[in-house]
Design a protein around this ligand. Structure first.
Ligand SMILES: Cc1cc2nc3c(=O)[nH]c(=O)nc-3n(C[C@H](O)[C@H](O)[C@H](O)COP(=O)(O)OP(=O)(O)OC[C@H]3O[C@@H](n4cnc5c(N)ncnc54)[C@H](O)[C@@H]3O)c2cc1C
Length: 461
């Protein structure tokens, strides 16, 4: 029997603009509906149970997560993020997957039940795009099957890592091996026994005149001798277990030369290829978090037990306006990210650069502000574990930095915009010329001799 077509007038589809709905193919409509049903019934109600299981053993995947992953895989919900140009992909476009990512984002760990969490998504895409067949057999396919977890190791404590040309951990070739020495920060915690692979970016050729050819990426098995996790870095006080964020020491760590990805000196092109879709996923998941926070706000605004000055919190004009503002901003953010995903589908990841930067700049900061407003509506409880709002805010805050700080994106957008100034000046000079012709035509040259309208463009004449 054919699967019935989902009702696009109800959630989750009712939030999508008409142009997006018109681009969702039947396969996508069904996957989006299935992800929605999964998160609504299996993830949101299970949050307390996941926390309780994790409290018993902080650095192991909780039994519930293992069970949900097996079930999601059996339902065909694994790896939906992998774009359709990969032969291993379940076939969704970036736009179609963006819809799924928002739903997954409603619960921080829901994406992991579907093998769609960071850094796995970026790592899998990297391995699918750049690894040879042997490397894929060893690392990519088991990751796609969800047999173990991987980490991405680029950031360092001693340099400004948002500029990848600074990455300095030393990788030296010795015979058939590469030997590494140095320090790294943030890659997921080695304390979690599921993490079997680290993708490391390091410096193989520090004196190469082209700074974009100095670095290489290597596959590092987590049990390689000399590779040590010194401590877990807490994020605003949260340990983020069982994934965590480690501080690492590499001391004469040795791997075979065959562990290099794509070839020596190719890390830059790999790193650039890795990040585009991942930023879209983070942003959509954050919009999902923002939507859930907003729902919490609606609950509190209409809670009959909470009546300052005898009125519901949602009866104060200032709060009615707050709720409107949150709604408008969440819908606007969704449009921004959908547009970035659609541009990547239509014109490729490179053309999506502006949309990706726009998303990365606008979404985390705005969602963090929205969650902050929701905390405020909850009063003191909003800052406690009585709501998930503090953790949600922390997630939004860290996405402002993780995968490249928003400041770096603003810098790039501003620089690109300034490059358009030449065209803008040319257009304004043309307006000036037309204005002079019009003055002549209407005989106003003398009357408008002191016209200062064009003062701003005169230095360019
Ligand atoms: C929760 C979390 C998880 C992370 N996970 C990982 C991971 O799995 N793997 C990994 O390798 N890294 C990870 N990171 C690290 C993250 O990617 C880096 O912190 C980030 O890229 C910034 O690099 P940096 O910390 O070296 O800051 P720096 O490069 O020193 O930058 C510091 C600040 O300088 C400013 N700045 C930088 N560039 C510009 C610019 N062009 N214009 C204006 N201002 C600028 C910004 O305000 C920026 O925040 C994670 C970080 C966090 C918080």
């Amino acid at each position: 029997m054919a699967t019935p077509k989902p009702d696009t007038t109800t959630l989750p589809f009712s939030k999508y603009p008409a142009w997006t709905l018109s681009k969702l193919r039947p396969l996508a409509l069904q996957k989006i509906q299935a992800v929605h049903d999964w998160v609504e019934t299996k993830c949101i109600p299970a949050q307390g149970i996941m926390k309780a299981q994790l409290a018993k053993d902080r650095w192991k995947m909780p039994p519930l997560m293992r069970q949900l992953r097996a079930e999601a895989k059996a339902r065909g919900l694994f790896n939906l993020f992998l774009p359709k140009e990969f032969k291993e992909s379940p076939g969704l476009t970036n736009l179609e997957y963006a819809c799924c990512a928002e739903i997954m984002g409603r619960v921080y760990w829901a994406a992991q039940t579907m093998n769609c969490h960071a850094p796995e998504t970026g790592n899998i895409e990297l391995l699918a795009k750049y690894c040879n067949d042997e490397q894929k057999e060893k690392w990519l396919y088991p990751l796609l099957r969800g047999e173990f977890a991987s980490a991405y190791s680029m950031t360092e404590p001693d340099v400004a890592s948002s500029d990848a040309t600074n990455i300095s951990i030393s990788i030296q070739r010795q015979g058939d091996s590469y030997v590494m020495n140095g320090r790294k920060l943030f890659a997921n915690a080695k304390w979690n026994p599921d993490v079997k692979l680290y993708i490391l970016m390091g410096c193989t050729d520090p004196h190469n005149p082209d700074p974009r050819r100095r670095h290489s990426m290597l596959l590092i098995p987590s049990d390689t001798p000399g590779f040590r996790m010194r401590q877990n870095l807490s994020i605003m006080g949260y340990d983020c277990a069982p994934e965590g964020h480690g501080e690492y020491i590499y001391e004469d760590v040795r791997v075979p030369v065959s562990n290099v990805i794509l070839g020596e000196g190719r890390a830059f092109e790999i790193a650039q290829g890795r990040l585009g879709p991942g930023r879209i996923h983070h942003c959509m998941r954050l919009i999902g978090q923002g939507e859930l926070a907003y729902e919490y706000a609606l609950v509190r605004a209409t809670d009959g037990r909470k009546k300052p000055r005898g009125k519901l919190i949602g009866e104060f004009d200032s709060n009615i306006e707050r709720i409107a503002q949150m709604r408008l901003e969440l819908d606007a953010l969704r449009l921004v990210v959908f547009n970035a995903a659609d541009t990547m589908d239509a014109l490729g990841n490179k053309s999506g650069r502006y949309g990706i930067a726009q998303s990365k700049i606008l979404v985390p900061v705005t969602v963090a502000r929205i969650i902050d407003e929701c905390m405020q509506l909850y009063g003191g409880q909003g800052l406690t574990q009585h709501t998930p709002l503090p953790e949600m805010w922390t997630y939004a805050r860290f996405v402002r930095v993780a995968d490249g700080p928003d400041a770096a994106h603003r810098h790039q957008v501003g620089r690109d915009q300034l490059k358009t100034a030449g065209d803008v000046v040319a257009r304004h000079l043309r307006y000036y010329e037309i204005a002079q012709e019009l003055k002549k035509q209407f005989g106003l040259e003398e009357e408008l001799a002191d016209d200062c309208t064009w003062e701003y463009i005169k230095p360019k004449l």
